[in-house]
Every structure is written in structure tokens, then in C-alpha cells.
Design a protein. Structure first.
Length: 78
């Protein structure tokens, strides 16, 4: 993953911090579809926090399982 991040000029921490958006989209598409983001009104960090607040314990378990099964990258914010 490091080589890929370096190739496009993105650091790993940025990917880890924003991964919740993709994880929510893939693990709970119906929840993701219910929210919207207007970049003119809301910052990306606020949207990410909103996405994170919508993740239930069940979704968190599903995301962890998807990572274990190789369906998601094993990114985590420490």
C-alpha cells in the first residue's frame, strides 16, 4: 500500500482518516445513500465525522469482517 500511496502523493494517514467514507458506502450502502455532502457548505472533516457517527456496532463488526476477508483495505485510525 505504501508504494501506491507514494505513487499518487497521498500519505497513509489521510487515507486512514477518510477510509470510513468508503467503508460506510460498501458495508452499509443504504445508510450512505441517506446522507449527502455539499463541499461548498461542509468541510470534508465534518462529513467524515458525520459518517463515523452513523456507524453502529453491527456495521463496525461487518467492516472488520470485510477487512479480514480482503474485501476492504486494512486501514485504521490509531
Amino acid at each position: 500500500m505504501k508504494a501506491a500511496f507514494d505513487a499518487v502523493g497521498v500519505d497513509r494517514n489521510r487515507v486512514a482518516r477518510t477510509a470510513i467514507v468508503a467503508e460506510l458506502h460498501l458495508a452499509a450502502p443504504e445508510v450512505f445513500e441517506s446522507i449527502s455532502w455539499n463541499e461548498r457548505v461542509e468541510s470534508l472533516s465534518t462529513f467524515i465525522a458525520r459518517c463515523r457517527s452513523l456507524v453502529t456496532p453491527e456495521m463496525k463488526d461487518k467492516i472488520s469482517k470485510m477487512k479480514t476477508d480482503g474485501d476492504l483495505l486494512p486501514m485504521a485510525v490509531h
